[in-house]
Write a protein that binds this ligand. Structure first.
Ligand SMILES: Cc1ncc(COP(=O)(O)O)c(C=O)c1O
Length: 385
């Protein structure tokens, strides 16, 4: 049987190139963009239908996220992760970035330390600065089993009483799904040193076959020291519609979200709320198909790299549609990434954007068709031989 028969379809390149989004407009038309975390698959039917219906009724005013978003997210979290979250604890924000920044503004006084673990999603660096806090980096550890939180180094950093730790759960760009044991150890450290954990769980729905996502707030003891920020925007490709959710499970953390600037609620994308509610309530079958498709793409990428670019090494991600490629055999810094772009006309994200520890790495977005992936790896291989 053709395993690809169930894969989600992707439009041909000439159609994709008509998209007005950042992924398809940043580079000249001869470049294959495998960059920013947008997906090339067609929208989930229930989401597209909800958006079409909204446009048909000229329903394009201000967002009213309460109570629909909380109910929809709670239903999804219960069915997907067995997480019994209180819909009333869900506070809508325009995006995950704003949710994290507003939380950090409340948690950290100017100059207070906030810890992050590079290599990590580049805006983490900017969000800490935007909140007026001071960045402390505790890089991930890497060993034969792949990437993981460096709990010993985090313990040392937490002992200095930073205001917060921003966790990436699952972790972009390495695709690591932190285990319940690791998260429990992290929560113990946070409680011992009174450090609040802001858990960015935007990639939570994107856990690939073989791994299981643990929402931080389901870990015993986490509720008092943690807050989660979630969104449908990665898993259903809705980033431009602007809607995310801050979730808490204890009064002290709920009080934080209550202190968000009053105007925050007027800044949320109305179509974002409509799309997120549709995704969380009716988008699970499509999500399952997406994860199957991404599992196939991950396997194809492994095969292509083995055949065409064995000089690159990687730990196949357990979550996300992102591959963190070690290209250091081709040079330090962003050298390999520049060669892939200049000579191969394939754009990847430069590793150094993810922190100094990203030197020699590049991030590849594989949420595309098998054909585009084949072309991209062939061109990358040609550019460095
Ligand atoms: C870990 C992580 N957080 C947040 C975002 C962006 O979320 P938003 O657009 O809702 O700010 C991304 C986008 O790729 C991401 O990977």
């Amino acid at each position: 049987m053709d395993i690809a028969a169930t894969d989600l379809p992707v439009d041909p390149l000439d159609v994709l190139r008509k998209r007005r989004s950042a992924k398809w407009q940043t580079y000249p038309p001869d470049v294959l963009p495998l960059t920013v975390a947008e997906m090339d698959f067609a929208l989930a039917a229930p989401v597209a239908e909800a958006l079409r219906e909204a446009v048909d009724r000229s329903d394009t005013g201000y967002a009213m996220a309460t109570p629909g978003l909380g109910r929809a997210l709670a239903g999804f979290a219960a069915s997907r992760w067995n997480w019994d979250l209180d819909p009333a604890s869900v506070v809508a924000v325009i995006d995950v970035g704003v949710g994290v920044v507003e939380l950090l503004r409340l948690l950290a006084r100017p100059g207070d330390a906030v810890v992050i673990s590079p290599p990590v999603y580049p805006p983490f660096f900017d969000w800490v600065a935007e909140a007026g806090a001071r960045l402390v980096e505790v890089p991930l550890a890497h060993d034969g089993a792949g990437w993981r939180l460096d709990l010993a180094a985090l313990e040392t950093a937490f002992a200095a009483r930073p205001a917060a730790y921003v966790l990436c759960n699952p972790h972009n760009p390495v695709g690591r799904v932190h285990t319940p044991g690791e998260l429990a150890a992290l929560v113990r450290l946070a409680r011992a040193h009174q450090v609040t954990i802001v858990s960015d769980e935007i990639h939570g729905p994107l856990v690939l076959p073989g791994a299981t996502f643990t929402p931080l707030l389901t870990v015993p003891g986490a509720a008092e020291v943690a807050v989660s920020v979630l969104s449908a925007s990665k898993a259903w490709n809705l980033a431009g519609l602007k809607c995310a959710a801050v979730v808490t499970a204890a009064p002290r953390m709920a009080a934080l979200a209550d202190r968000f600037p009053a105007d925050t609620r007027w800044r949320i994308g109305h179509l974002g709320v409509i799309a997120a509610v549709a995704a969380f309530t009716a988008g699970e079958p499509w999500l399952d198909q997406l994860l199957t498709t991404l599992g196939h793409r991950r396997a194809r990428l492994a095969e292509l790299l083995r055949q065409r670019l064995p000089i690159l090494t990687w730990d196949p991600p357990e979550a996300t549609f992102l591959a963190w490629l070690n290209c250091s055999a081709l040079g330090p810094g962003n050298e390999a990434r520049e060669a892939f772009l200049e000579r191969g006309r394939v754009a990847l994200e430069p590793g150094l954007r993810f922190g100094a520890v990203g030197s020699g790495y590049a991030r590849l977005n594989f949420a595309t068709s098998g054909d585009i992936l084949d072309q991209a790896i062939a061109r990358m291989a040609m550019s460095v031989t």
